[in-house]
Every structure is written in structure tokens, then in C-alpha cells.
Design a protein around this ligand. Sequence first.
Ligand code: ADP
Length: 477
Amino acid sequence: MTVHQNLIAGEWTGANGVENINPSDTNEVVGLYAQASVDDTKAAIAAAKAAFPAWSRSGIWERHVILKKAGDEIMARKDELGALLAREEGKTLPEAIGETIRASQIFEFFAGEALRLAGEVIPSVRPNIGVEITREGLGVIGIITPWNFPIAIPAWKIAPALCYGNTVVFKPAELVPACSWAIVDILHRAGLPKGVLNLVMGKGSIVGQTILDSPDVAGITFTGSTGTGKRVAAASVEHNRKFQLEMGGKNPMVVLDDADLNVAVEAAANSGFFSTGQRCTASSRLIVTEGIHDKFVAALTEKLKTLVVDNALKAGTHIGPVVDERQLKTDTDYIEIGKKEGAKLAFGGEVISRDTPGFYLQPTLFTDATNQMRISREEIFGPVVSVIRVKDYDEALATANDTPFGLSSGIATTSLKHATHFKRNSEAGMVMVNLPTAGVDFHVPFGGRKGSSYGPREQGKYAAEFYTTVKTAYTLA
Ligand code: ADP
């Protein structure tokens, strides 16, 4: 098997490949991927630093053409890249193709944004002086990504970084290097100058830490766990650099007595269990008012019975495997914790086998949970959801907001009054009415509050807040 190499200063390099294993079939090696060393990572940072002056002054048409070419190629190869994604991460093929299309759309969006860069010209308060306000790229951006969206998250960080004239050192998650390698290959062939985009695959403790420790990295954008996010923050304060964090969620979905039962069940099943619950926007707390509680639990349980857990590539699979053995252990540990805490296991809870050896877990629903239980407070990141019974809307809202996180929230209701109140008072960055808490557009801001996020929003026009720095220039007329 050929080793997929790192890209440093425009050259593919590295020999020692590590196996990328398919979680739907652990006998299958998806590919071999090089592991960067501390020195490789330093070389990548140096290359990005050297490439910055020219790239930050490159024409907007050049940036447009490269980003557009990348978007077009990703779209043309959506089935192949989607299958690669499904094989390395384990989400179902339709989900994986959908994510690939989204990655393409993100490149198309920022290809357009490159042509719309603009500033402001305003009069000074002093006579005969003009003031210009412009945005400039920051410099070298370190991009550190997680395993759960192997193509979309790299796309939504790389595309704006390049659009606004930054150069990049990109470190994907260890578990999913294949899609990252593919998009770097696509961008490299689309004509990026040497050193503008560098790929360093490997361990967080080696590659990631070297990025954190470098004084030459002007900004870090990170998506991953709260623990690593705190390290990124501490190191960035030390180096006086800009940073942006997207971390966990414990997203509530409120179901009110007046909800359309079908809408509520579909939204809960989708956002609780699809993508194997491995989305930071997944609903893991279903907060249900008394009048609909039993009907809702019965209907959701019936729905869960119909969901097929199997190999991600098999037609008809609704839920693929858990990403790896370590995450499966986390999930099953939390299932045990939930039982011990006194929640009632209403559905699932078992590790299951399929024709191919993989990390298969039944969708798992707890009822009779309280909001103080660990299963209701800590992010599990698996197909494990708890139902919390509440008296009325006021208790539902208070319970929804009683969490260390604040990424996404949802409400199922036919009441305009409650929907409007919830949109205004939910302490989350994204609020969904009669929709799953997961599943967002690519051209509008993404991000949360409290322990979920730090720094400016990602995606859409708002991405400019992180990837640029503002300059105010005064000229005597
Ligand atoms: P998860 O538990 O979901 O894998 P992590 O926060 O460990 O979340 O991983 C998210 C990303 O952060 C991965 O690319 C990982 O390699 C990287 N990472 C882990 N440890 C460090 C570290 N000390 N410094 C920088 N990056 C790290």
C-alpha cells in the first residue's frame, strides 16, 4: 500500500505510514498515512510563514479560481469522497455524501467571498484627513480538527483561511486522515503556491502541541474536546495569538404538550441518533412536558425499533458504527453510569455484532432521567439520549439552560408564543424550532456560548471576524 504523505512547502514527504481502519469492518485498512514529527511540523510552520507575504498580497481572482476549482472537484467526486468518508469515519454513505457536498459548497461560498472583500472609507473628525478601514490576513493559521466531520470541518476552516489571505498549517484528527489528505491534494493541484497550505498528519501530543508552542502561528482554530480546547487557549494567551474554539455540547430539545408528535419524534430521532450521535450539535437531552411525555416516549421507542444499525456502506443502514473502540467504551461506560444513577433504560444499550466486525451500538434511550445526572450533564458523543420529564414550558426552558454548554437547542411546539420566547431566551448559539438541533446551513454563522465555544463564529460572512485583523489607516489629504 502506498503511504499518503504530508505536504510541507509544496512537497509530499514522509514514509512511515500508520493504518487508517474502517470502523464498520476492522479488517479493512482504508490507507496508510504518514506521521509528522516535531521537526516536520516546525518545517511546515516555517514554510507557511515564508509563503504569507506573497499570498496575503495575491490577487482576489487567484484566490477565487483556486477555491472554486477545489469546490468543483469535490462536487464532481462526491460519491467517491463520500465513500472514503463513510469508510474512515463510519457515518452512513448518504450522510457522508451529504457532508462532502457541503464541503464543496463551503469552497464555492468562500470563492465568492474572495471577490467581495471590501473595506470602508469614512471622513475623519479632523478636516482634510481620510480614514480607511480594511481587513488583512493574520498570518499563519494553525487548523486542528476532530474526527466527526472529516471533510466539512477542514473545509470550513481551510476555505476562509485561504480566502482572507492567510497561510495554513493543517493537522487533522488521527482517526480520519483520508478526507483531509484528499482535500489538501485537491487544493495543491488547483494551483496553491508552495507553502500556502501545509498538511501535517499525526498525533495531537506531537504535531498539535508543536503548533500550540510556536511563536510563528498567528491564529489557531480548533474543534475538539473541552480539555484540548483549554490547552489551545492557554498556549495562545502565552503567545498573544488569536484563537477560536468549538468544543462540546449537551444540546436540549424541548417537546411541549402542543407539539406535532410526528415532527417532535422525527427531530429527536434525527438529532439524537443519526451520525451515531457523534455530532457536537446532537440532541442528548429531550426535555418533555407531562401531557405529551408518555405518548412521545412510546412513539420515539417505536421509531428507534425501525432504525437499522449496520455497516456504513450498506444500503438501508440508518446508523453506522461508533468511530472506534475507545469511543465505544466511553459510550458503554456512560450507559452503565446512567443505570447506576437511576435512569430507566427504555431502549437499546447493547453492543451488537453484524456481518463485518465493527463497533456497533444500539441507539440507547434513557427515561426518568434528571438534569443533574452525569448522563444529562456530560457530553457522551454517542447514540445515547436521556428524556427528562418537566411540568411546563417554564421548567423546560430553565432545564434546557441549566447546562455548562450552549451550542445548539431546539423546541417542538405549535405555539408561536413559546417558540418566540424560546428563541429569545435559550442560552445557545443556534436555536431550532420544529427542527433537529443538528443540521445547519453552510453560509450562516455556526457556534455557541458558555463552555461550547470561544471566539468569533465560524462560517458565512462572520468567518472574517476570526481570519482577519482590522487596520485603520489615516491619510492627510
Ligand atoms: P477527541 O477526544 O474528540 O479526539 P481531542 O480534543 O482529543 O478530541 O482532539 C481534537 C484534535 O485535537 C485532534 O486533531 C487531536 O489530535 C488534537 N489534539 C489532541 N491533543 C492535542 C494537544 N495537546 N495539542 C494540540 N492538539 C491536540
